[in-house]
Design a protein around this ligand. Structure first.
Ligand SMILES: C[S@@+](CC[C@H](N)C(=O)[O-])C[C@H]1O[C@@H](n2cnc3c(N)ncnc32)[C@H](O)[C@@H]1O
Length: 282
């Protein structure tokens, strides 16, 4: 790789880190090249000098476009479904019994499949316990495009896919929309209003120094498949900030390849990356 390209990619990594905290590994050169092409298209700057475009971004122009281009948003409904089973069988029955509202935080919501899966799980637990469980779900992400997608709540769904676990009937939560241009048995499905009404989507950067929430505000925090984009040190800092938001006795769910770092002495591990907060971090 030429020195010019190395310099260019270093500039991209530095800007991305300063705006989001995301650290791109050394083997991401092809990805960076592809995303720079996408950035040019997304900002209608197809013929521009890329160094000039990066200068403009550093000066505050096209910041959202830059962030939205460089985030990776892969997700699906009921990803790591054992977390939702734990929520249904262990956490939610307590709220059904006490009648208290459960407050949940989804800290990297992407296109919305994760917070909607949380809400479907609450509805299922209400049906099982025959008690209406009241809930609020705050769902944040740094990428404004995915937040818009999530708020629209329209998804491609392949009838033959196994995306939903056997204990969920998609027709209970989604309206089917016919779209003839889709392929095979794929249809568009739209989230019903009752699934949407207790979810609040907003933009938040996990790398910010402080978060706009209170200590001990949440009973449950989901932080899954996002820490992997940060350095070990920054993962630790983010986890400590998220941990303050969680009540003692509350549950933290992490993604399959993420670990609790310094929190390990302040939690009880009860399953695959399921942690109960036992005390506050000093
Ligand atoms: C791979 S998706 C994971 C989505 C979901 N949590 C899951 O497990 O399926 C990672 C998400 O983290 C978001 N993200 C990346 N950096 C972030 C930051 N600094 N603050 C908030 N969200 C961030 C991305 O925009 C992306 O939507």
């Amino acid at each position: 790789m030429s020195n010019d390209i190395q310099d260019l990619h270093k500039k991209v990594k530095d800007i991305l880190y300063s705006l989001t905290g995301i650290t791109l590994a050394d083997n991401k050169d092809i990805m960076i090249a592809n995303r720079l092409e996408k950035l040019k298209r997304n900002t209608n700057n197809n013929d521009c000098d890329i160094n000039e475009l990066l200068k403009e971004i550093k000066n505050g122009k096209y910041v959202s476009e830059f962030i939205n281009t460089f985030t990776t948003n892969k997700t699906h409904f009921f990803r790591e479904d054992f977390h939702f089973e734990d929520l249904r069988d262990r956490v939610l029955p307590e709220f059904a019994k006490s009648g208290k509202e459960i407050k949940m935080y989804c800290s990297a919501a992407s296109t919305g499949e994760e917070p909607y899966s949380m809400k479907m799980t609450i509805e299922e637990a209400s049906a099982i316990t025959q008690k209406q469980i009241n809930s609020t779900i705050i769902a944040t992400d740094i990428d404004t495009n995915v937040l818009q997608y999530a708020a629209n709540g329209i998804y491609r769904f392949q009838k033959s896919s196994k995306e939903f676990p056997s204990w969920i009937s998609p027709q209970k939560y989604f309206k089917k929309r016919i779209n003839k241009s889709l392929i095979g048995d794929e249809v568009l499905i739209k989230v019903k209003d009752n699934l949407k009404k207790d979810i609040n989507f907003s933009k938040m950067n996990l790398n910010d120094d402080t978060y706009p929430f209170d200590n001990h505000q949440f009973d449950v925090v989901f932080c899954r498949n996002v820490l992997i984009y940060f350095s070990a040190q920054d993962q630790n800092e983010i986890l400590k900030k998220l941990f303050r938001l969680l009540k003692i006795g509350g549950t933290l769910y992490l993604g399959h390849s993420e670990n609790p770092h310094d929190l390990i002495n302040y939690v009880k591990r009860i399953g695959q990356n399921i942690f109960i907060k036992t005390k506050d971090f000093d």
